[in-house]
Design a protein around this ligand. Structure first.
Ligand code: PEP
Ligand code: MG
Length: 580
C-alpha cells in the first residue's frame, strides 16, 4: 500500500527511484572508567582515531573531480579544520584524563558542549554548523568503535536508481553518493541551510530533510517518488500516481528547457518596462551559476563566508582575489556586502564579543565593523582595490542611521588617500549603498538617500524587525509575513524615496526570489530584483508576461484597502492574469 510522508524540501525536482536505506549512523556510545595507568594509552587511542578519521576525509577530498563546484571541497576542508581544532584534540584528551573515562565518552561530552553552544546562536546559518560538529564527531566515534558506516548504493541498477534514505548525510557522504549516481536524498534530520542541503542544490539532486522515522517506515527496494519542491515522498505508489509523477517529471524538464531559452532574452515587461535581474551569491564560484542564467550582475555577494570556519581573518590579498573571481565571472555590476556578522557569533579566531541578551539587536553587521575598524579597513581596502578592475559597489548591512553611512564614507575617503599614496588604483566614484533592513532606515529613507548611492531592501531582516519576530525561531515562524501591510508600506516608501532622490533601489531579500511576489513587487514599483540564480529565469518569465502599469494601479488599490478581507482579496487577485 502506498505511503505518503512529509518533510522539508531543500532541493527541487521530482525523482523516482528505489529505496536504499543507510543504517549504522545511530551510535551507542559506551561509558566506562579507565585506570590511571591506562590513561596515556587511552589518549593515544583517541589520537590515532582522530588521525584515521582525518585520513578518511583527505581520501574523499582527493576523489573530488577538478570540475566540481568549489564549495564541495570547501565543505570537506571545514571538517578537516574542525578535526585539527584544539577544541576537539586537546580538550578531549584533557577530558579523558580529568574524568578518567574512555575516549568515546570524553568525545561525547565535548560534542554535547559544542552543540549546546551552536544551539544558542541566533544566526540560522551558524546554527546549522551544529550539524558539522555532529558529522565530525560521528566519524571519529565510528573509528573508535570500529563501526564502519557502509554507504554504497551501487548494487542492482535494474529498475530505478537509488534514493538514499538516511538519518542524516554529511557533505562527504553526498560526494561519495553523487559519484555513485543517486536519484535523490531523504534524511530524517537536517535543515535547509545545512552544508549537505546546499551541496544537494548545487549538484541539482532532489532532496528532502526532516522526514521523521523514514528508515523505519520505508522498505529497501520499494519504489519511491521524491518531490523536492513540495517536500514529500510517496512510497510504493499506485500506477496512476506513478504516471502522474512521471508526467510531472517530463513537464518539469520541458519547463526547465523553456526557461533555459529565456537566458538571453531581455527582462522587459509586456508594457515595455525594463527590469534588472541580478544574482545573490555566497561563494565566489556561485557567480558562475549567475552567469549561466544570464544574470545582469550581482546584487548581493555575502562576504561572511570568507570569514567563517577558519583560524585567521582573511587578509587584503585573499579578499581581493575572491572579489576578482566574482568580477571576472559575470558581466555587470558586482554589489559586495561588507561583513554582516557579530554579537554572539564568534568568527572563530578569538574575537568574541560579549554575548548580548538580544543578539539580533546587538553589535552586529555595520555596527561591529565600525567598532572593529582595523578589520573593516582590510575589507574596505580590498574592495577599493577591486573597484579598479570592474564595476564594484559597496553595500552596507543593517544601516539604521545616517551616522553609520557618514562614518563609513569617512573611512573610505581615508583609505583612498592611503591607496593613492601607495600608488594603488581604485575607482574614486565607487558607489556606496545602504541595505534597508531596519524599519528605521526605511522610514528615514528620504534622508538616508542623500548619503547613499543606492538602496537594497533586505526583506529577510526588514520583516523580522518590522513584525518583531525572530527569523530563526521555529516557535513563531508563522508570523513571518511578507504580505503584512506594514511590510508592504515600508517597501513602497523606500522605493518611492529612492525614485524621488534619483538613486536605484533593488531588493535582495528572499522575497525577491519568490515567484509568488514578483507581480506584487512590480506593482510596488520595484525595478531591480536580486535573487538566488536558480530563480532568475522563472522571475524573468513573469516579468515578461506582466503589464506593470496595470499592476501598479492594482497595488495602489491593495495599499488603499481599509478592510483586512478586501486587502487579502485584492492581493489574491494579483495572481490572476486579469489583474495585469
Ligand atoms: C536580508 O536581510 O534580507 C538579507 C538579504 O540579508 P541576510 O539574509 O544575509 O541577513
Ligand atoms: Mg539581512
Amino acid at each position: 500500500m502506498s505511503l505518503w510522508l512529509a518533510g522539508i524540501g531543500v532541493s527541487r525536482g521530482i525523482a523516482i527511484g528505489r529505496v536504499h536505506r543507510v543504517h549504522g549512523a545511530d551510535l551507542d556510545i559506551p561509558e566506562y572508567a579507565i585506570e590511571p595507568e591506562e590513561l596515556d594509552a587511552e589518549v593515544e587511542r583517541f589520537e590515532a582515531a582522530l588521525a584515521e578519521a582525518r585520513s578518511q576525509l583527505e581520501q574523499i577530498r582527493s576523489q573530488i573531480p577538478a570540475s566540481a563546484p568549489a564549495e564541495i571541497s570547501a565543505f570537506i576542508d571545514t571538517h578537516l579544520l574542525m578535526m585539527q581544532d584544539t577544541a576537539l584534540s586537546d580538550t578531549v584528551a584533557n577530558l579523558i584524563r580529568e574524568h578518567r573515562c574512555n575516549a568515546e565518552w570524553a568525545l561525547k561530552l565535548q560534542q554535547d558542549h559544542l552543540t549546546d553552544v551552536f544551539d544558542q546562536m541566533d544566526d540560522a546559518y551558524l546554527k546549522t554548523r551544529r550539524d558539522d560538529v555532529e558529522h565530525v564527531t560521528a566519524r571519529i566515534q565510528r573509528v573508535l568503535l570500529k563501526q564502519e558506516r557502509r554507504i554504497d548504493a551501487r548494487a542492482d541498477r535494474s529498475r530505478h536508481p537509488p534514493v538514499i534514505v538516511a538519518d542524516d548525510l554529511t557533505p562527504a557522504d553526498i560526494i561519495i553518493l553523487h559519484q555513485q549516481g543517486v536519484a535523490a536524498f531523504v534524511t530524517e534530520h537536517g535543515g535547509p541551510l545545512s552544508h549537505s542541503a546546499i551541496l544537494a542544490r548545487s549538484l541539482r539532486i532532489p532532496a528532502i530533510v526532516g522526514v521523521h522515522d523514514a528508515r523505519r517506515m520505508l522498505v529497501d527496494d520499494e519504489t519511491l517518488v521524491v518531490d523536492g519542491e513540495a517536500g514529500h515522498i510517496l512510497a510504493d505508489p499506485a500506477e496512476d500516481a506513478l504516471s502522474f509523477y512521471r508526467h510531472r517529471q517530463k513537464r518539469d524538464q520541458r519547463y526547465r528547457r523553456m526557461l533555459g531559452k529565456l537566458k538571453t532574452e531581455p527582462a522587459i515587461s509586456a508594457d515595455g518596462r525594463k527590469v534588472r535581474l541580478l544574482a545573490n551569491v555566497e561563494l565566489p564560484d556561485d557567480s558562475k551559476d549567475a552567469a549561466e542564467v544570464g544574470a545582469e550582475g550581482i546584487g548581493l555577494y555575502r562576504t561572511e563566508f570568507l570569514y567563517m570556519n577558519r583560524e585567521e581573518m582573511p587578509g587584503e590579498e585573499e579578499q581581493l582575489a575572491a572579489y576578482r573571481r566574482v568580477l571576472r565571472s559575470v558581466d555587470g555590476p558586482v554589489t559586495i556586502r561588507t561583513l554582516d556578522i557579530g554579537a554572539d557569533k564568534t568568527l572563530g579566531h578569538g574575537r568574541d564579543h560579549s554575548a548580548s541578551s538580544n543578539p539580533a539587536l546587538g553589535l552586529r553587521a555595520i555596527r561591529l565593523c565600525l567598532k572593529e575598524t582595523d578589520m573593516f579597513r582590510v575589507q574596505l581596502r580590498a574592495l577599493l582595490r577591486a573597484s579598479a578592475e570592474g564595476d564594484v559597489r559597496i553595500m552596507l548591512p543593517m544601516i539604521s542611521n545616517i551616522q553609520e553611512l557618514r562614518q563609513t564614507r569617512h573611512l573610505i575617503n581615508e583609505l583612498m588617500t592611503e591607496l593613492r599614496s601607495q600608488g594603488l588604483a581604485f575607482n574614486p566614484a565607487l558607489p556606496v549603498g545602504a541595505m534597508i533592513e531596519v524599519p528605521a532606515a526605511a522610514l528615514a529613507a528620504p534622508l538616508l538617500a542623500r548619503h547613499a548611492d543606492f538602496f537594497s531592501l533586505g526583506t529577510n531582516d526588514l520583516i523580522q524587525y518590522t513584525l518583531a519576530m525572530d527569523r530563526v525561531d521555529d516557535e513563531i515562524n508563522y508570523l513571518y509575513d511578507p504580505l503584512h501591510p506594514a511590510v508592504l508600506r515600508l517597501i513602497k516608501f523606500t522605493i518611492d524615496a529612492g525614485a524621488d532622490a534619483g538613486i536605484p533601489v533593488s531588493m535582495c531579500g528572499e522575497m525577491a526570489s519568490d515567484r509568488r511576489y514578483t507581480r506584487l513587487l512590480l506593482g510596488l514599483g520595484l525595478t531591480e530584483f536580486s535573487m538566488h540564480p536558480a530563480n532568475i529565469l522563472e522571475v524573468k518569465r513573469l516579468v515578461m508576461q506582466s503589464d506593470v502599469s496595470a499592476l501598479q494601479r492594482h497595488v495602489e488599490a491593495v495599499l488603499g484597502a481599509t478592510d483586512a478581507l478586501e486587502y487579502r482579496e485584492l492581493l489574491d487577485a494579483l495572481d490572476e492574469p486579469a489583474a495585469a
